[in-house]
Ligand binder design. Structure first.
Ligand code: ADP
Length: 360
């Protein structure tokens, strides 16, 4: 805008002062008239006009930049909320802000495609987990039904075989007697396996009932249950510092019973079992251990023994079905813990397991 001017010195001075005062208010649109007579006032007015023009351009560019920075901030805010859809316009000024915008656009594109991939793999993982859980449930159901329904026929086979043995006992030749013995032996073993399998699948099928439990009392019960094995083997069982813990009492009893029964069973013949049960309190869990002085386990089998039906020793020497430790692992899983063993053949084994302190 041209500020009116008069050709009188006072008028021109007033005009200049007016322009300056507008500039001070950041209004750089005012322009003075250059008379063309080349006096000092003309020089001042021309200088002021040039300054006004420059400042107006700068101000415009500043405002533009401010708008671009706001857009960048807006996009960054969205990125923090995992929304990478916003792409920023490039001004083509080729300035630093353009460089930042190009970088951000590339970054957001990459993150957007990564997010997409993540979402896809998350959903396929979820699907797979669901499938696994379902097939697991089916297998558990199958194990339960099979072991339950097999109980009756195997009981029949076993008792008829025994009757046959009793009735024919005297009249059988040596070879037939041996065959019959094998058959009786096999049916008895199968009965044990089916019983153990049924107990195992009951653990999988049943609900958890967590309650405050005095572990020392629970161990006394286990020792009572194993009374025969203990007396027969001369085992000594020591436990100390047992806590009161929130656990499924029946299942934890079974877990300790399996571990202590194994510690007695896999003893070095001729050495009475010495068994120490301990508990270490950790911030979020209890670490229990059952230590024995038995035959021990080779390092390469320390993980395999927790797999169902896995056994390392001959049936004749150490009878069993190979389900006990698989059952222990299931019970520990239900208590959100871990189970593992450390051992040295000929020296003994320590079985460790943890129980989460904050079970619901
Ligand atoms: P089972 O006792 O019926 O054989 P488990 O599942 O309880 O089955 O144990 C699997 C195998 O792990 C056993 O057959 C045995 O070889 C080994 N094992 C378990 N506990 C001990 C132990 N305390 N000392 C040595 N070996 C053990």
């Amino acid at each position: 805008m041209n500020v009116n001017s008069t050709h009188t010195a006072g008028g021109r001075t007033g005009n200049v002062l007016d322009i300056i005062s507008r500039y001070r208010r950041s209004d750089f649109s005012a322009r003075g008239k250059v008379t063309g007579n080349g006096d000092e006032m003309d020089t001042i007015v021309a200088g002021l006009n040039a300054l006004g023009e420059e400042m107006e351009t700068k101000l415009l560019s500043l405002r533009e930049n401010e708008a671009r920075i706001n857009e960048i901030m807006d996009a960054l805010l969205k990125y923090t909320l995992m929304d990478f859809s916003k792409k920023l316009p490039i001004s083509n000024k080729g300035d630093e802000l353009d460089a930042i915008i190009v970088g951000l656009n590339t970054l957001s594109e990459e993150l957007e495609s990564k997010m997409q991939q993540l979402k896809q793999s998350e959903s396929s993982l979820l699907k797979r987990t669901e499938e696994l859980a379902r097939s697991n449930r089916e297998l558990e159901q199958f194990a339960y039904v099979a072991s339950h329904d097999l109980q009756e026929p195997i009981r029949m086979v076993s008792s008829f075989l025994q009757l046959l043995e009793k009735n024919l006992g005297e009249n059988l030749d040596k070879e037939s007697k041996e065959y019959l013995d094998f058959a009786v032996d096999g049916s008895v073993r199968m009965k044990h396996m089916i019983n153990d399998l049924l107990a195992y699948s009951r653990i999988l099928a049943g609900d958890q009932k967590f309650e405050q439990t005095d572990i020392a009392t629970l161990l006394e019960d286990v020792i009572d249950n194993l009374h025969e094995n203990i007396t027969e083997s001369g085992a000594k069982i020591v436990f100390e510092d047992m806590p009161r813990a929130f656990v499924d009492k029946i299942k934890l009893t079974r877990l300790f019973q399996n571990l202590i029964a194994n510690a007695i069973k896999f003893r070095d013949k001729g050495t009475a079992p010495r068994i120490f049960v301990k508990c270490e309190q950790r911030p979020a869990e209890y670490l229990f251990s059952v230590k024995d002085n038995g035959i021990g386990i080779k390092k390469e089998y320390l993980e395999k023994i927790f797999i169902i039906f896995q056994r390392l020793n001959s049936r004749e020497e150490y009878p069993g079905t190979g389900i006990g430790l698989a059952e222990c692992r299931k019970i520990v899983d239900l208590h959100h813990g871990n189970i593992w063993a450390e051992s040295e053949p000929g020296k003994g084994s320590v079985f460790y397991f943890t129980v989460n302190k904050y079970l619901k």
